[in-house]
Design a protein around this ligand. Structure first.
Ligand code: HSE
Length: 404
């Protein structure tokens, strides 16, 4: 039996113990042996859990036990998860993580420590929840030239936007429902401000380029300013609004950003609704591939963690080439990206359209019967820099959303 320890017995950590039980036979068939949970490190006691007898409160127990070969980190937050992970790797134990905050902030350092100690640091569950995404990207697509990754990477915001689209709800109302259902945290900032998506697209870009990409260097916008009115115009256009993380990689540089975008029905992300995630990877020779599935949730995410455990069980004595090197991948300014723009304007199109055309050139006018005293336009394609420069001069401009 391969003995593992789990650090953090919350939703995902307890899910890992469950998936190891549910899939016991399949795991034995795949690896030749059972993967058991010897210890569970948590501050709390779990007297009613079937795994309650394995709870410990001291990391030293795991570090000092030579039987524990793999440690699962499902603690969340950077500290003390980073410190514990580092110590486990230095003690010669493989670590599997679902913790994107640690992977984004400390991934470069932990991958280097893993290499140095001939163990593995894997984190399939950190991006896209249960969707097999990191492994296909780093194995099946190894050597392929990745030109673009664009994805709906956050289930909570996708749920909110779907609710707004289908039921005409305001952002605040849809957020409340998401909180009531347990999708959104009490403090929803990381999700609704795009930070969670930003960390995930940073990790995917680092894996695709083989060099470091940090969340703090990206252009990140959330969905708090999206309104029910925007969805009325979007429907008239046949569009939907999605929070998308994009990484556009060209000539040795990447433009990596997160922002809400309007997508048309031909875009594969258009049909990704509710808490689902969808990621489109565009490779130079393979073309566009789409990954779709549960981006969050106990058992799907735990399944991704267990897939890493099974992977490591196949090479317990070596570090398999994975991850990225030290040194930042060169990034291109967000202002160089080209979009069309949906712009909502207060006024009357017959009186105000000349000013709009003077700024943006030819535009399509959109009016919806439910909204009076305002209209919207759809511009042609232009660089973000031009849009930023000319839009302040447009009279009555209420808001805008980029269109892809
Ligand atoms: N808060 C995240 C989401 C959890 O809603 O997608 C999964 O990373």
């Amino acid at each position: 039996m391969i003995q593992a320890a789990v650090m953090g017995f919350g939703t995902i950590g307890s899910g890992v113990a469950e998936v190891l039980d549910i899939n016991r036979d399949g795991i034995i068939q795949a690896t030749g042996q059972e993967i058991g949970v010897k210890y569970i490190l948590d501050l709390r006691e779990f007297p009613d859990s079937p795994y309650g007898d394995r709870i410990i409160h001291d990391i030293e127990v795991i570090l000092k036990d030579p039987e524990v070969q793999i440690v699962v980190e499902t603690m969340g937050g950077v500290h003390p998860a980073f410190d514990f992970t580092k110590r486990c790797l230095e003690a010669g134990k493989h670590v599997v993580s679902s913790n994107k905050a640690v992977v984004d902030a400390k991934g470069t350092e932990l991958l280097a420590i893993a290499r140095e100690h001939h163990v593995n640091y894997l984190f399939e569950a950190a991006v896209g929840g249960g969707i097999p995404l990191i492994r296909p990207l780093t194995t099946s697509l190894k050597g392929e030239t990745i030109q673009e990754i664009s994805g709906i990477l956050n289930g909570t915001t996708n749920y909110i936007l779907t609710k707004m689209s289908r039921e005409g709800q305001s952002f605040a109302r849809a957020l409340l429902t998401a909180q009531e259902l347990g999708y959104a945290e009490k403090n929803p900032e990381a999700d609704v401000e795009g930070h969670d998506t930003g960390r995930k697209i940073a990790i995917l870009t680092a894996l695709a380029t083989g060099q470091e990409v940090k969340f703090e260097d990206l252009h990140v916008e959330g969905i708090t300013h999206i309104t029910a009115e925007d969805f009325l115009y979007a429907k008239k256009l046949g569009f939907s609004v999605k929070l998308v993380g994009t990484s556009h990689i060209e000539k040795g540089k990447a433009c990596v950003y997160v922002c809400p975008v309007m997508v048309d029905a031909d875009n594969p992300l258009y049909g990704v609704n509710d808490v689902y995630n969808g990621v489109v990877v565009d490779g130079k020779t393979v073309g566009k591939i789409m990954f779709y599935g549960s981006g969050a949730g106990k058992l799907p995410t735990a399944n991704a963690v267990v897939s890493d455990l099974v992977d490591i069980a196949g090479h317990l004595t070596e570090n398999a080439a994975f991850g990225w090197k030290e040194g930042k991948f060169p990034l291109k300014s967000f202002e160089t990206e080209k979009f069309r723009y949906y712009i909502r304007i207060s006024g009357d199109p017959t009186e105000d359209i000349d000013g709009v055309r003077a700024a943006f050139g030819s535009v399509k006018v959109i009016e919806v019967p439910e909204l009076t005293g305002e209209f919207a336009v759809l511009t042609g394609e232009m660089e973000e820099e031009r849009f930023q420069r000319v839009s302040p001069a447009v009279r009555g401009l209420i808001s805008s959303i980029r269109v892809r």
